[in-house]
Write a protein that binds this ligand. Structure first.
Ligand SMILES: Cc1ncc(COP(=O)(O)O)c(C=O)c1O
Length: 445
């Protein structure tokens, strides 16, 4: 291990100003100091272009976080930016409705199998929350069965360990089930007969659905009188243009989209079958920026470009090269018992297994530190974009090779891992989250 090849003075100065006036120091937990080796990693980014970012000290990194996934085309995409600039010249939010609302609704209906109607929000949690509210409105039931992460609102966060300030009754209304475990879902229906309004789930995570899991979930939800909601906030426009529902052929009743829909200009959408969506004529979902034209103009430019450039196919190609390359390197370094790249190529993650010798978060911290040293900004997942080209994957694999070389020496020479971390290791956001099989998301936005 050599000295840190970059300075973070300006980052540190800004953070000094922030930490006593911004609670938690950050607006988004997974961008804050607890998620990056504190004392080593940069803290503030200044600009981005394509797959690269520059921090406030002007250090350049190849980014695999991409704003926590929304930047699917790349930073400062010319076409999306131009659409937004043109719209800004016309006005951003108006006093009456705007045609863009209809244009983007039509685009979604065209691309997403379950979409017969749409409404818009700004954050993903707006969309998941209104989807749950629709299901409660149409079924007259209160309980929710969920699998995955769905946002910051009471109904979801109640069952995590960051639930202070959330009335306790929420805990009794939301129940998590395990991916690929139909029995765990059925248990919820049996424990709360005629009370479950919906099943909301991330349809594809890092696990492949087994034994027709998604179709079986749909059958079970309908059997017990509940709606099926796919939370496609990560999968939408990434796994396939029409999301996981297009890829798997399982069409839900409602679905939520955000992130890639507009290349990170804030916009989210709830879409679904008309018979349910039109509950929104009597169910309140309305706010000042609901029809904000900035996000809508970005989506109107982004969605056709994703299709034109065959972005999901591109992600699959570069993602396969990255995933296979990582696992081959791990095997070459004799580290396959400790590290593995798993999941779908368009969004794979690295798992760490300490094998009773190492702490997983310290392993993650070590790899993060070494990748930063080699110019890669990373949080253990690969949020690939259209701007990540084959040569960027080569650069990344070289960085992984160097990090594995270092870790291999630690293993071989019985070196204390904690001593090799040049700062405070990464900390978990939630200690208690819904577990889905071997894959537990330790990091949330
Ligand atoms: C699957 C999923 N659903 C919902 C959300 C919440 O979206 P937001 O943070 O934009 O509110 C996220 C955010 O990461 C997510 O990954």
């Amino acid at each position: 291990m050599s000295d840190k090849p970059f300075r973070t003075d300006r980052s540190d100065e800004i953070y000094k100003r922030a930490k006593n006036i911004i609670p938690a120091g950050t607006q988004t937990f997974s961008k804050g100091v607890t998620q990056f080796v504190e004392g080593f990693a940069p803290k503030y980014l200044h600009r981005g272009k394509g797959a690269y970012v520059w921090d406030v000290d002007n250090n350049k990194f190849l980014d695999y976080i991409m704003g926590c996934h929304p930047i699917i085309l790349g930073y400062a995409d010319h076409d999306v930016n131009q659409a937004v600039i043109d719209q800004l010249e016309l006005g951003s939010t108006f006093s009456l409705m705007n045609e863009l609302e209809v244009d983007v609704t039509e685009l979604l209906i065209d691309k997403v199998p379950c979409a017969e109607a749409a409404r818009f929000g700004k954050n993903g949690a707006d969309a998941t929350t209104v989807a749950v509210r629709i299901s409660r409105a149409v079924t007259g039931r209160n309980h929710v069965a969920y699998c995955g992460y769905h946002g910051w609102h009471d109904w979801y966060i109640a069952n995590t360990d960051l639930n202070s300030g959330i009335p306790d009754f929420n805990k009794q209304l939301a129940h998590s089930f395990t991916y690929n475990d139909l029995d765990s879902l059925e248990q919820i229906f049996k424990q709360h007969p005629d009370e479950v309004a919906c099943v909301i789930m991330e349809p594809l995570t890092v696990l492949e659905p087994r034994d027709n899991f998604l179709a079986e979930v749909k059958k079970m939800a309908h059997h017990y009188g509940a709606l099926l909601i796919f939370d496609e906030i990560i999968t939408g426009f990434r796994f396939s243009m029409g999301g996981a529902q297009e890829l798997t052929g399982v069409t839900p009743d409602l679905a939520t989209f955000a992130k890639a829909i507009s290349n990170a200009i804030p916009l989210s959408a709830v879409v679904g079958k008309k018979e349910y969506m039109f509950a929104l004529e009597k169910t309140f979902f309305s706010f000042t920026y609901g029809g904000d034209c900035i996000g809508l103009s970005a989506a109107k430019a982004c969605i056709p470009k994703l299709e034109r450039e065959k972005v999901p196919e591109h992600l699959n190609v570069v993602g396969t090269k990255l995933k296979n390359g990582f696992n081959e390197l791990a095997a070459n370094h004799g580290l396959e018992d400790f590290i593995e790249c798993i999941g779908y190529p368009c969004r794979s993650i690295i798992t760490f297994k300490g094998q009773g010798k190492y702490n997983d978060l310290e392993m993650k911290s070590y790899f993060q530190q070494e990748l930063l040293r080699h110019g890669v900004l990373w949080a253990a997942y690969h949020a690939l974009s259209w701007s990540h080209k084959e040569h960027d994957i080569d650069i990344t694999l070289q960085a992984y090779d160097a990090a594995m070389e270092g870790f291999g020496k630690i293993v071989k020479n019985n070196i204390n891992l904690a001593d090799q971390i040049e700062g405070i290791p990464v900390r978990p956001v939630f200690r208690k989250v819904a577990d889905f099989n071997s894959y537990t998301r330790e990091k949330k936005v």
